[in-house]
Design a protein around this ligand. Sequence first.
Ligand SMILES: [Zn+2]
Length: 283
Amino acid sequence: MKINNKERKHVQEIDEKSKMHQKIIFGEIKEENEEANISIEITTTEEINKDFEIIIDNVSIKAYEKKIFIAILDNNWKIAQGKVIRNETEIAVERASKYFEKNLGIKLIPLVRVEWKLESENKIISLDEMHEKAIKDAEKLLGLKQEWIVEKGRSEKNNGFDMLNAFTNKTGEHFGFIFGGENAAFHFAQSNYLQKALNEAGMGYIQVTVIDEWAESLVQHEVSHIFGAKDRDSREYEPSVMTKQLTTEEVIKAFIEGKMWLQCNNWLIEDMKIMIENVELFK
Ligand SMILES: [Zn+2]
């Protein structure tokens, strides 16, 4: 490992027996706001699943930042109708991280991305189906000893990952969701709820796919829920990444004005306060 370009010997064991795994040591940095540039070279990877892609090889972390290590399950997220239309999943997470870093001192660090199969007999994937499959498949794909443990906080049982982010290019009941109190976020490329609403509004079955620019807001929205932020009703609250319109007319109007939640990256002060209180959930 190199810290500020100085070589340091450091063994990073991805092993649940190791209580130190994924703990990044800051070396001699003493100032609270000093920045460290850390590059990690992986030298032993025999034990790691071949489809297990290590994303991170260079990360810059400020001493005050809360670091959230993320494992990504990726079901063809980039693809829509046979074409690549979105960036890799970790790009969406890294872009979302910028807002958490700037406003809350939380850095989302996508550590690994694994290819994930989400076969389903249903055209519309239910929240339960997505959830159950991801939690279960994480066990094999991430080399865990059991299903992904959904409790918040750094769990040795999840091999040191703090958060699971699952992405699929398939259609879900909604664009994304988390189950309350959990450390896993789920993202769909299409929302059946929106498609139905547009149909009922006389626009036919338009498929609204998450475009690349929206992916960061989608991640930002769901991860904000993990930190306790709430869905906000646009009749009561200003536009923000958490503010949703309830009727189709309102959605269309907000979309045209660029104020739909997928088009926003700001938070309301109410949600920022809640999230700051919950930062310590990830110790
Ligand atoms: Zn929400």
